[in-house]
Every structure is written in C-alpha cells, then in structure tokens.
Design a protein around this ligand. Structure first.
Ligand code: MG
Length: 434
C-alpha cells in the first residue's frame, strides 16, 4: 500500500467542484436508494456466532420488530399486506416482521394451512414479498403448538419457502412456534431434523429458529441438549412481561453462557394470555436486557382484536394502524421501537462494480481508516465529497495498488460520498464517518 493521501482543508474555493460530478451528486441526493441503505443491505444474512445472532460480517445485532396475528384468524385479515409492512418500517422503525402461519386450530373453521393451503400460502407470501421489497427481515413462522403432528406438511412448506426465498438475506425460518409444556424436547428435536434438512436442501445458509418447550421458555434445556449439525440455528425465547420476570432473564443468560443463540420471536407487554393489562416497568426491564445482550425481539401482535396485547385499537382495522389509533401497549411499543437506532450496523454489502470488476469498500461506517480492495481494476483517483458537494479528500493511488487505504480521521462525523475513477468509468457511493 503506497497510496499518497492528501486531506484537503475545507475551503471556499470553487476548485474542489467538479461539474459533472456535481450533477451526479444531485442525482444521488434525489435517489433514496443510494442514501438510505435498508437494514438488510447493512446486516446481510443473519448468522449465528457463538451465543449471538450477528450480521453477516459478525457484528452483534438486536433487531426490534412486529409479529402479526395468527393468519388463520379473521382478526389478522386487514394486516397481511404491503401497506402494513411499509408503515411499520417507515413509521415504527420496525426492522423485522413475523407473519404467523396458522397451521391448524380447533377455532379456525378450516381456514388454516392444512385445510386451505393455497390461500394461506398466498397470504403469508404477501407479507414476505413486502418485507423483501422494503428491505427488512422476515420470520416465516410455522405457528402451532403441535408441529410434531404435521412433519410432512412442514417439510413440504419449508421446502417451498427455501426454494422461493432462500436467496434472500431477509428470510428467517421459524419452524416451530411454541411446543407445549408437556411436549418432550426430544419430540421437538425429532420434528426439527427433517424440517431443517428440507430447508438446507434448498437454502444452505439462512437462519433457522427452533421453538423451545413450555411456550418457548426452556432455552436452557435446549442449550444443554442442542440440535447438532447446523451452524446457523438459534432457539426461540418467548416472554410476556407481566408474567415472566427476572427468573426467565436469568435462565436466558445461563442458556447463552452455555452457548445457545437466543431469538425472541415473540414477546408481549402483557400477561401470557395476551390480556391482563400491559406492564411498562417490566417491559422496560426486558428491553434493557435484550439490547444489552444483543438479542432480537418481536412484539405480539399486529391486530385490532379486543385484547391488551393488540397494537391497534379494537376494530379499527388497517386505517387504525395507519392513523395511529393504537392501544396503550401499541403506543408504548411504537415509542420504544422509534427510539432504537441501527446507525452502528456496518454495511455488509460493500462491493461496487467498476469496468465489470468488483471493488470492496470497508469498513463502512468507519472510525477513520477506509480500505478499497480493487484486485482486478485500476483505480486512478479516489475522491471524497461532503454532503454539500465539497471535495474534502483526493488521492491518486499507484497503478499497482490492489488495496488502497485512505484515512478519514480528520473528517467530522457524517455522511460523505466516495468517488472512484477508473480509466473507463466512475462510481460513487455513500460512506459514513462515525
Ligand atoms: Mg440462503
């Protein structure tokens, strides 16, 4: 690495302005896709690393998002669509959504996956497709307390999902919502093996989450007796803040100490029944624990059913969500999610293409040093512009440089545009200086 880097002091001189680039810059400014990377563009495919679910490049992450209500229930009908997903992403700062595929319940009148496969698949796909389009994560949840009764159906369903969506970093497979207290852990493990195999036959790498016994409270039991053989497997913890206290937090800590990666695919601010009033004090205690320990958590639930854990006021439907007609719990959860920020999540996809060759720019965001790996193309100039279009840095690397290092240490925190020029082309991309 022999690049000469010159940091230019900001000046009022017009020398720094490159007219063609100024036009490109304005075009970039008007293109939100360039300036606001989605959470999935930044986090990439989620990956289990030790007892954490991390971003693709190994950064610990705690995502906060929403679970939908049972897809086989009428109350969920207004919300399984792109409007809901878009609103939760844009207004709630939700980074993950969980469509809950109702497998079969006594109360659903046959409106379930087992008896009405096409309609239920179409319904859940509306949410998955919307989440992918919007750039948030999506948990495909096999929502039942008796999954071991439907092994073949689960194998078929998850094969189809993995075939259709396995290429998308957005997707997480939750293969068993909540095993009951009375269901032995070995029964869950025996169910999980063929379902995991069916997913892996079509998708080698996306995250799989397996429910634990007693409505997902037995994460320590899973840590003691894990499902072996898959490197990207996490265990579900479900808690309801007005029912499950410090003892379940302590149990979760022990499970993590024993090496289990834990994912809260469902939590409530209320009793485990979904009623009993919402408990902000205990909810805050849980949020602090989850954020401190980099555990993701997904709120039950997006519906307008007359129940304390619903986020939309009773009977208000989709418009109620869009208008902010929320329950006490809904307002509380929305406020909390809007307070979360993900600015420290490093971009996972830092590849840009010049003259048909891939060039990596990393780390991004950066504290100071920025590397540009360009093994197959000559980068003639590297320039950095601030948000007003002012040139703040430029360098001409040696022609033989395969890795160029520049130092942004003297720049103030904020967004910059990096411009790379080859003999044929130039590209620009956003770089965040922390
Ligand atoms: Mg994949």
């Amino acid at each position: 690495m022999k690049s000469k880097t010159t940091l230019k002091k900001p000046s009022n001189s017009k020398k720094g302005y490159l007219k063609p680039f100024a036009i490109l810059f304005l075009m970039l400014l008007s293109n939100p896709f360039v300036f606001s990377q989605t959470i999935v563009e930044r986090g990439g495919r989620l990956q289990v690393n030790g007892s954490h679910v991390t971003t693709e490049n190994g950064q610990k992450i705690s995502l906060a998002g929403n679970s939908m209500f049972w897809s086989n229930a009428g109350e969920s009908e207004p919300f399984y669509n792109a409007q809901t997903v878009n609103h939760l992403t844009d207004d709630w700062n939700s980074t993950i959504i969980r469509p809950a595929l109702g497998v079969k319940e006594s109360w659903d009148g046959g409106n379930n996956y087992i008896q009405n496969r096409a309609a239920q698949t179409a319904k859940i796909k509306r949410v998955i497709d919307a989440a992918i389009a919007k750039g948030i994560y999506v948990i495909i949840d096999w929502h039942t307390h008796k999954a071991e009764n439907y092994v073949n159906e689960a194998v078929g369903f998850f094969s189809e999902m993995a075939k259709t969506y396995g290429e998308y970093d957005n997707v997480i497979y939750e293969i068993y919502n909540e095993p009951l207290l009375s269901t032995p852990w070995n029964t869950v493990k025996n169910y999980a093996r063929p379902v995991i195999a069916a997913i892996r036959a079509n998708d080698p790498d996306n995250l799989i989450v397996v429910g634990t016994r007693t409505w997902c409270q037995e994460v320590e039991e899973a840590a003691d007796n894990p499902i072996n053989g898959d490197p990207n497997l996490a265990y579900a913890l479900h808690y309801y803040a007005n029912t499950h206290g410090q003892w379940l937090i302590d149990r979760t800590k022990r499970a993590m100490q024993k090496g289990a990666a834990v994912f809260v695919t469902e939590y409530g601010t209320t009793d485990a029944s979904g009623n009993g009033g919402f408990n902000p004090q205990e909810s805050r205690r849980w949020f602090n624990f989850l954020i401190e320990n980099n555990i993701s958590y997904v709120n039950w639930n997006i519906s307008d059913k007359n129940e304390d854990s619903s986020v939309i006021s009773a009977g208000r439907g989709l418009q109620g969500l869009l208008d902010g007609n929320l329950t006490a719990s809904g307002n509380f959860v929305r406020d909390h999610m809007r307070s979360r920020d993900y600015d420290d999540i490093t971009l996972s996809t830092n590849a840009v293409t010049i003259d048909g060759a891939s060039v990596s720019v990393f780390p991004n965001p950066t504290q100071g040093e920025l590397f540009i790996d360009a093994p197959n193309v000559t980068v003639e100039t590297v320039s950095m512009y601030d948000i007003t279009g002012r040139l703040v840095l430029s360098t001409r690397p040696e022609k033989t440089d395969k890795q160029i290092k520049i130092n942004l240490g003297e720049l103030s925190s904020g967004n910059y545009i990096l411009k790379l020029e080859s003999p044929q082309n130039s590209i620009a991309r956003k770089v965040i200086k922390l």
